[in-house]
Design a protein around this ligand. Structure first.
Ligand code: ADP
Length: 241
């Protein structure tokens, strides 16, 4: 019998339940903020399961708005935002909470807890979800290895470089093995070498089956990676530019 194994130490198959071919679908999505600012206008987008997509665009183009709609931090003014066949815009309370558990989210400014060690920052997500100590321990080392930081497990965030902190935040995002990873300008504060390293980790995760959506204004990073790319300009989405 042939055993299928992930080529990297991703703790387990990222998604063993839902198998719809489309991971994300936006249908005619417009987001207007209460003060009248327009974040997105009539955006249509389909992201197949297992894809790696860059969303580029200048500051203010709508990149964060699009990701916030995906993780339910904002609701569309009109149109539909679908993740894995679920209409995110209609979710509230526990159902939104459950959806967020199935997403990994990485931010430009890392958002680590300064008073907690690297291990604690990463494990916190699982503790909050009620995982047993044994299970948390089982997942921690492979996840630290994946981001190249097993030797920094007991350090505090301020003892790490920016690149290392971002890798910790990626580890925190993926320790729950989400099928979809959203990264909002993950290399925005990093030099080219560290940006490249972060990109390589995201690509490894993608190779293990995780659908990855990354926003960036770093054209060089996008060009060198040869991945699918769309561009936002003033809230509108373009495929050919
Ligand atoms: P990007 O991530 O590409 O820099 P954003 O999605 O943050 O762009 O912003 C898109 C547009 O929406 C901008 O005009 C911005 O000012 C506006 N915007 C974003 N968030 C808010 C908010 N909470 N309230 C009002 N306007 C907002």
């Amino acid at each position: 019998m042939t055993e299928t194994r992930s080529p990297i130490p991703y703790p387990e198959t990222p998604d063993s339940t839902a198998q719809a071919p489309l991971m994300v679908k936006l249908r005619e999505v417009t987001k207007t903020y209460p003060n009248g600012n327009r974040g997105l206008f009539a955006v249509n987008l389909e992201v197949p399961r297992g894809d790696f997509l860059f969303i580029t665009g200048a500051s203010g183009a709508g990149k964060s708005t699009l990701l916030k709609l995906l993780y339910g931090a904002q609701r569309p003014s009109s149109g539909e935002v679908i993740i894995d066949q679920v209409n995110v815009g209609q979710l509230t309370g526990d159902r939104l909470f459950l959806l967020r558990r199935r997403l990994g989210i990485v931010f430009q400014d890392y958002k680590l807890i300064p008073t907690r060690t690297v291990s604690e920052n990463i494990a916190f997500v699982l503790w909050a979800q009620g995982f047993t100590r044994k299970e948390v321990k089982r997942r921690l080392l492979p996840t630290l290895k994946l981001v190249g930081l097993p030797h920094k497990a007991d350090c505090f965030p301020e003892q790490l470089s920016g690149g290392e902190q971002q890798r910790v935040s990626i580890a925190r995002a993926i320790i729950g093995t989400p099928p979809l990873l959203l990264a909002d300008e993950p290399t925005g504060n990093l030099d080219p070498d560290n940006s490249w390293r972060v990109l390589k980790i995201l690509e490894k995760l993608n190779a293990a089956g995780v659908t990855v959506i990354v926003t960036t204004h770093d054209e060089r990073l996008v060009k060198n990676s040869h991945r699918s790319v769309v561009q936002l300009r003033e809230g509108r989405l373009y495929r050919n530019f």
